[in-house]
Design a protein around this ligand. Structure first.
Ligand code: IPM
Ligand code: MG
Length: 362
């Protein structure tokens, strides 16, 4: 019997609640597909800081590196904001994990489920059928660039410093992922940067152009300034297929796109490197305001598991089933974030129940 090692990192806030629903879906896949998931749990973020004094311990990291796939929920919250050393804040654990695994390619599909087209802040006709794939560079750029820090100025006062930095190699490897993905989709890549104000953006544009001409001339490439991309996402989101962008712009643009799909509670992501385990996490945060209330939407976490099935475990059929079950569940029940007149309002477990019911019928 095939078995896979799965590392679960529930993290903070709503993380443990939504992870519990993912576990139920995992159990269904085990039964239906005759595989075994050897699950190991670990601490990350504020939970790790409280228990171990660091947001990601070396021991947890070592275990994560051994896994076939890592399912992370979310980190952070007011309990730690400004109350821990900056390099030990919950987010630092997540950034260390991404960096150490070198998962440079963050795939964020922004898909508008038909049932949710009315939950979007845009009119139905702008978002129905929306299917964008963000390819966000995840292990470089201003998130990691040196020098960084807060320093005292000789003349008095202080300066905060971060560095946006991209090598040609980093640009080429992420651009390659975007072009490959576009080939399997509608064959269009928008590459978003700020070549008009940043040298790193200019290099980005030059390297993407070169790679395109040399190897991917069959894919249509459009360069777009990141600010214009933000505007176009709200104006006419369906013009996009794949959006290739850097770490910071990708963070911002993917949140904007998430809202187009109805709720941030719906968006999964996969972070992949060259070999090594993939890291799967919902795009949303730890939602401390609703943590522990049993009302969080577990679908982004469940859809992230579906991405793990597809990209790390070679179980595309099971991934299709889970995605279809999510779509089906949305016809009956809704958590608060996507609730609309005429639907049963359920909590986290109720949504899990609906997905499992749909899976049982698949
Ligand atoms: C994301 C999050 C993270 C990021 C935070 C939690 C560090 O916003 O995955 O989009 O900025 O990358
Ligand atoms: Mg973000």
């Amino acid at each position: 019997m095939t078995s896979y090692n799965i590392m679960l990192l529930p993290g903070d806030g709503i993380g443990p609640e939504i992870t519990a629903e993912v576990r139920r879906v995992m159990a269904w896949v085990e039964g239906a597909h005759g595989v075994t998931f050897n699950v190991s749990e670990g601490l990350i973020g504020g939970a790790a800081y409280d228990a171990e004094g660091v947001p990601l311990s070396d021991a947890t990291l070592a275990r994560a590196k051994e896994a076939d796939a890592i399912l992370l929920a979310c980190v952070g919250g007011p309990k730690w904001d400004g109350k821990t050393e900056y390099n030990k804040r919950p987010e630092a654990g997540l950034l260390r994990l991404r960096k150490e695994l070198d998962v440079f390619a963050n795939l964020r599909p922004a898909l508008c489920f038909d049932a949710l087209a009315d939950a979007s802040s845009l009119k139905r006709e702008f978002v129905a059928g929306l299917d964008i794939l963000f390819v966000r560079e995840l292990s470089g750029g201003v998130y990691f660039g040196e020098p960084r820090g807060i320093e005292a100025l000789p003349e008095g006062g202080r300066v905060g410093i971060n560095t946006q930095r991209y090598t040609d190699r980093e640009i080429i490897r992420i651009a390659r992922v975007a072009f490959e993905m576009a080939r399997k989709r509608r064959g269009l890549v928008h590459s978003a940067e700020k070549a008009n104000v940043m040298e790193s953006g200019l290099l980005w544009r030059e390297e993407v152009t070169k790679l395109h001409a040399a190897e991917y001339a069959d894919v249509k490439l459009e360069h777009i300034l990141a600010d214009n991309c933000a505007m176009q996402l709200v104006k006419a989101p369906k013009q996009f297929d794949v959006i290739l962008t850097d770490n910071l712009f990708g963070d911002i643009l993917s949140d904007a796109a998430a809202m187009l799909t109805g709720s941030l509670g719906m968006l999964p992501s996969a972070s992949l490197g060259d070999g090594g385990p993939g890291l799967y996490e919902p795009v949303h945060g730890s939602a401390p305001d609703i943590a522990g209330k049993g009302i969080a939407n577990p679908l982004a976490a469940i859809l992230s598991f579906a991405m793990a099935l597809r990209y790390s475990l070679d179980m595309g059929d099971a991934a299709d089933q889970v995605e279809a079950a999510v779509s089906k569940a949305l016809n009956d029940v809704r958590t608060g974030d996507i609730w609309a007149e005429g639907f049963d309002r359920v909590g986290t477990t109720g949504m899990g129940d609906a997905v499992l019911k749909a899976l049982a019928q698949s």
